[in-house]
Design a protein around this ligand. Structure first.
Ligand SMILES: [Mn+2]
Length: 508
């Protein structure tokens, strides 16, 4: 929004500029001179190289090898408007975070470009040289310093300098003003081809489209998005460390939830007490929640993505809580526990809970290197179908239900058992099916195991005592060289262990 725009008549004023109607900021030359002078030397930067920087260069090299001779554009993205002149908190695109190691609040409008160079002469002997284009800190002698509510130091604090970000990331930096020329260099007929991550930053995408106007980019950008997604299927040592931190922090949040249960029961919107407890914890101990918390008591638990969380929490019910802390590096956990509100499962609740737990345990047995990703789901579904058949709920045998053309058991669990987990809660979502669903499990992969059973209150095919009960148990699993590790094992999941853990926290 420019401050110096003087409309001829009020009716001709563009909508976007009307915000300045309420600006009372002085703009006389005397005032500008006064506010931009008289400031002391800036303290020298205390920024150090980030621990992620030792890992991101290998990630960029792996990407480089897939696109020799091409220019790759990976924007951080910009602010997303919430309403009027208020933005949502900034979170960089996950591909950008993965390749730069930059985390929460870093770095709006930045663009990482991998420039093709003669093979082997690039960073770490790769075929590309990475440059991070940023909007650096403006001097105190600029109008931006005091008048720019989105970027000005007076409004959002001092942004990093080019040197700061180079130190932090280990990547060369340049001013964002140089981006256009850098992107256009040698582009054209028989020239360098440019790919840009789609849907990360509309302005950058437009700029790239302009530069390569003469060529048909086709599916080139989608292939880049796919490659960036696939690059994250196997986590490196630093990512696994961050996942452990996210999981451990999330487990602490579940403890706080249990301690808050008496308050939740006492409040008319007890589900919000649970959600609020977890959000507060996530903001204090991490960056935020990795996705909207599901706090679903009683019948609400049968709505898979119940995020209204405006219901009551009643003793005697189960409450399903699906929540994850996103730590400052932006890695998130994704854990679900279904807890008896008063600390004790009823016999029926326990029967359903145990079936889901058995399905999860079967999935853990299947989640080993060399197995296929889809085998994990198949193992869980076999147990779910068997239990439902034992209870007399299926119109066919469990074996028949499991045939691809039948799937009767899926009436009570319509979602998948697993998804990859990392920077995104549904990580690697653009990976090709042959590497995802049909992919072979490898050490370093991290995904969820989360079977469930959901009996709606008006489901006439189930016994009355089952109606209004939803159970999901979700853990985060790391594939290891000889099997797997349940990263969230420290959060009790066996029914007896859940009761004992809750009793301890509730002081009973
Ligand atoms: Mn999940």
């Amino acid at each position: 929004m420019s401050e110096d725009l003087t409309p001829e008549t009020p009716t001709e004023q563009p909508l976007a500029d009307r915000g300045s109607n309420r600006s009372q900021r002085p703009s006389s030359p005397e005032f500008v001179r006064f506010i931009t002078s008289g400031w002391g030397e800036r303290a020298s930067s205390t920024l150090e190289r980030s621990p992620a920087a030792d890992h991101t260069s290998a990630r960029r090299s792996a990407l480089s090898a897939q696109f020799p001779g091409e220019r790759l554009v990976v924007p951080a993205g910009t602010f997303k408007q919430r309403s009027n002149d208020t933005d949502y908190r900034f979170r960089p695109h996950s591909a950008f975070a993965h390749l730069t190691g930059l985390g929460s609040e870093q770095e709006p409008d930045a663009v990482l470009v991998l420039h093709p160079v003669e093979d082997g002469s690039g960073d770490d002997g790769s075929g590309h040289h990475a440059v991070l284009y940023i909007r650096p800190l403006a001097g105190r002698d600029t109008e931006e310093f005091f008048s720019d509510a989105r970027y000005g130091e007076f409004w959002v604090g001092a942004r990093p300098t080019l040197e700061d970000l180079e130190t932090l990331t280990g990547v060369s930096t340049a001013h964002l003003d140089d981006l256009r020329d850098a992107l256009a260099k040698d582009v054209g007929v028989d020239g360098v081809q440019v790919r840009v991550v789609p849907e990360a930053d509309a302005a950058i995408e437009e700029l790239v489209e302009e530069i390569r106007a003469t060529e048909a980019a086709g599916e080139r950008d989608e292939r880049l998005a796919e490659a960036l997604s696939e690059l994250r299927l196997v986590k490196d040592a630093h990512e696994i460390e961050q996942m452990r931190l996210a999981v451990d922090t999330t487990i602490d949040g579940f403890e706080k939830i249990v301690r808050a249960l008496p308050q939740a029961v006492a409040h008319r919107r007890g589900e919000r007490v649970i959600e609020g407890t977890f959000i507060g914890h996530a903001r204090v101990e991490g960056n935020a929640v990795g996705y909207e918390t599901i706090a679903a008591s009683g019948e609400h638990a049968t709505t898979l993505h119940w995020t209204d969380n405006d219901g009551q929490v009643r003793a005697g019910e189960l409450v399903l809580v699906d929540a994850g802390v996103e730590v400052d590096s932006l890695y998130t956990a994704d854990i679900t526990r279904t807890l008896p509100v008063d600390g004790r499962f009823t016999e029926v609740q326990r029967r359903i809970y145990q079936a889901v737990l058995d399905a999860a345990d079967a999935a853990f047995v299947a989640a080993v290197p060399g197995a296929r990703f889809r085998d994990v789901h198949a193992a869980a579904m076999k147990v779910i179908a068997e239990r439902l058949a034992e209870w007399g709920l299926l119109p066919v045998t469990a074996e028949e239900a499991l045939l691809p053309e039948n799937q009767h058991h899926r009436r009570w669990m319509v979602h998948g058992t697993s998804h990859h987990l990392g920077l995104d809660v549904h990580d690697c979502a653009q990976a090709r099916a042959e590497l995802y669903l049909d992919g072979i499990l490898e050490p370093g992969m991290v995904f969820t195991i989360e079977p469930g059973l959901y009996f709606k209150s008006d489901d006439l095919l189930v016994p009355e005592e089952f109606r209004g009960i939803g159970v999901r148990i979700e853990d985060d699993v790391l594939v290891t060289s000889d099997g797997n590790e349940n990263l969230s094992a420290a959060l009790p999941r066996e029914p007896d262990a859940v009761e004992a853990w809750m009793a301890g926290l509730l002081g009973r």
